[in-house]
Design a protein around this ligand. Structure first.
Ligand code: NAI
Ligand code: MG
Length: 480
């Protein structure tokens, strides 16, 4: 069988040390790979390339489609782009997969028996990074959630569960508050769950879900969630299992995939030969499964579990009570190599022999365009004063099929009929709507904006109010 070309980057700090150790284990285990090295991180930033990656490196990544990446040091301060976010989004790596396992009694943890996989949406949500300052007082960040984005990540989570013998997928959202964005994620989850009757499914509101993860992580199996929540809860779980230095992760896309440790470049211990290579090694195990070399992945993972069990530990997890031998990076790699072919006796051995690739095509349903009708507009103003003064001035601009129906401040209705207790900023959402059952044209909205502007109001943005097949495409005001 031909060696599979992969792209590797040695990274910064402890990166080169743990990459060397990882590659030694891969080679000894008979991984059929042909690594190509690209340079990323500090050295590239230092050459004035603010993205941290050279244009030529994309060629290798796009050709091999598989990236094993050591951690890099992100320069502090403005002017530098996060390389991780750039690589993820440029290559369309929509699924961030992070398993967290507790290795009691060999690694100290308050929560034995944890074996959770977080499948985090990696491209959308508040991480689109579209932010604006709109007034003296108010800044906004756009939360974008798309149906194809939800379908891809939710289907991925179920496919992952099925391919890896998992029993349950839990969806976490905040759809009691964000009924349209998080509501869509939850709704898509319910739809796709029906295609996987062999996998149990449930939904939790993210706040109680995160709390349960912190106190009863062993009760979860696979969790699928939006980008921000996934970022937070994956750190929570990694922390409660006590294995932050042991975690590998995968970033999976339709075309490419990237595998890396969850930790950073650990500059505090760089160059001393004491770093734990396990995070990158387990990332490499996921990579081998991904490229169809499950039997090699299995041999490495089981030898690694046997090494942990035998008490051969790097300093970060060394503990007199359970450890036998404290070793450095290379000696740890050698200990894993010495155990290739061995299975753990206390931990359950892993089995990837089927070699089922964990990536799935990002299949999305074709949507029929809805009958979309324009029924009004939210005009956002930068204005200072009390709502009972603002409301009548705006109502005086009614006409041409549009009338003021409410004014809100930070989402809560303050006109008509607000309460004096409500705190108001200088940022107002003023909703003008056509009478029930009627529609308006874009020209009618423009003429309304002309009237608003001519009356001396500073409008900072607008959001059109549509119905889709007769269903409202916007939320009500709080208190409306
Ligand atoms: P870090 O994960 O590098 O280190 C946190 C602590 O854990 C340190 O005390 C470190 O010595 C220890 N540690 C981490 N990995 C270890 C290992 N394999 N073996 C033994 N001990 C280990 O996080 P920190 O210090 O916040 O960030 C350092 C740099 O790494 C920053 O420039 C950060 O931006 C970057 N970083 C890069 C990531 C990536 O490339 N994927 C991810 C996270 C951080
Ligand atoms: Mg994070």
């Amino acid at each position: 069988m031909q060696n599979v070309p992969i792209t590797i980057a040695h990274g910064d700090g402890i990166g080169p040390e743990i990459m060397r150790a990882t590659l030694r284990v891969l080679e000894a285990a008979g991984a059929r790979i042909a690594p190509e090295t690209i340079e990323i991180g500090e050295a590239v930033y230092a050459r004035g390339q603010s993205s941290g990656i050279e244009a030529t490196s994309w060629e290798s990544l796009r050709r091999t489609k598989v990236f094993l990446k050591a951690p890099i040091t992100t320069p502090q301060g403005g002017g530098f782009k996060s390389l991780n976010v750039t690589v993820r989004k440029t290559l369309g790596l929509y699924a961030n997969v992070r398993p967290s396992v507790s290795y009691d009694p060999y690694v100290a943890t308050k929560h034995p028996g944890v074996d959770v996989v977080i499948v985090r949406e990696n491209e959308e949500d508040l991480y689109a990074g579209i932010e604006h300052r709109q007034s003296d007082e108010v800044y906004q960040c756009l939360k974008l959630v798309s149906r194809p984005g939800c379908e891809k990540i939710v289907r991925y989570a179920f496919e992952y569960a099925r391919a890896n013998g998992r029993k349950r997928v839990t969806c976490m959202t905040k759809d009691n508050i964000m009924k349209l964005t998080d509501g869509l994620f939850h709704q898509v989850f319910n739809e796709i769950a029906k295609e996987y009757p062999d996998i149990a499914s449930d939904h939790m509101i993210i706040d109680i879900g995160a709390a349960r993860l912190a106190t009863r992580p062993e009760t979860f199996d696979v969790i699928v969630t939006l980008n921000l929540y996934g970022d937070i809860i994956s750190d929570i779980v990694a922390e409660v299992t006590g294995s932050v230095g042991l975690g590998g992760s995968a970033n999976i896309g339709e075309h490419c995939a990237m595998f890396e440790a969850v930790h950073g470049s650990a500059p505090d211990i760089a160059g001393r030969g004491i770093a734990n290579p396990s995070g990158l090694l387990l990332a490499a195990v996921m990579m081998l499964v991904h490229i169809g070399q499950g039997e090699v992945a299995e041999r490495i993972h089981n030898a690694w579990l046997a090494t942990l069990e035998d008490g051969v530990h790097t300093g970060d997890i060394y503990h007199e009570k359970v450890s036998e031998l404290q070793v450095g990076t290379d000696a740890f790699a050698q200990a894993v190599i010495d155990r290739l072919g061995k299975k753990p006796s206390r931990f359950t051995p892993v089995a990837y022999a089927g070699g089922s690739p964990i990536a799935v095509a990002g299949r999305v349903s074709t949507l029929h365009p809805a009958r979309k009708e324009l029924t009004g507009v939210d005009v956002f103003l930068h204005w200072r004063g009390r709502p009972e003064l603002l409301g009548p001035q705006l109502a005086a601009l009614d006409g041409d099929g549009l009338a003021l129906t409410m004014v809100t401040n930070r989402g809560v209705k303050v006109y008509p009929g607000g309460l004096p207790e409500t705190f108001c900023t200088d940022h107002w959402r003023c909703r003008f709507q056509a009478p029930a059952g009627s529609t308006v044209t874009l020209m009618q909205l423009l003429s309304l904006l002309m009237r608003v502007g001519n009356a001396g109001f500073d409008f900072v943005k607008t959001e059109n109010l549509y119905t889709f097949d007769g269903q409202s495409g916007f939320s009500l005001g709080q208190g409306q």
